[in-house]
Design a protein. Structure first.
Length: 109
């Protein structure tokens, strides 16, 4: 077992800051921002991956015009998670070197 989810111990303020930084200062009004932050902080492990986070807050991101579809929405969620938990979002665009390292092993043979 991994222990408690890192997302669960985040403050609402940290989540709000990440949402503002990733989505823009004007994407959400204060009430909506607070509500989304409460969803993320209350969700515990259900927001540990971009797909799960998108499932929890995707409608808000779409309504705000931050994401047009699942693909762009999950990318926004990857950025939010990467800001909240640097270096922990697997498969994200934030870690391109990991994707490039695998093919080089086969190419050297």
């Amino acid at each position: 077992l991994r222990g408690p989810s890192v997302m669960a111990v985040l403050s609402a303020e940290a989540v709000q800051t990440a949402l503002r930084d990733v989505c823009g200062q004007e994407a959400f009004d204060e009430d909506t921002l607070s509500y989304i932050a409460s969803i993320v902080t209350d969700a515990e492990e259900s927001c540990d991956s971009p797909e799960e986070l998108w499932g929890s807050i995707g409608d808000f991101l779409t309504d705000a015009g931050v994401a047009a579809d699942d693909k762009s929405g999950q990318e926004v969620c990857r950025k939010i998670i990467a800001q909240l938990r640097p270096g922990t979002c697997t498969g994200s665009a934030a870690a391109p070197s990991a994707k490039k390292a695998a093919p080089s092993r086969g190419a050297s043979e």
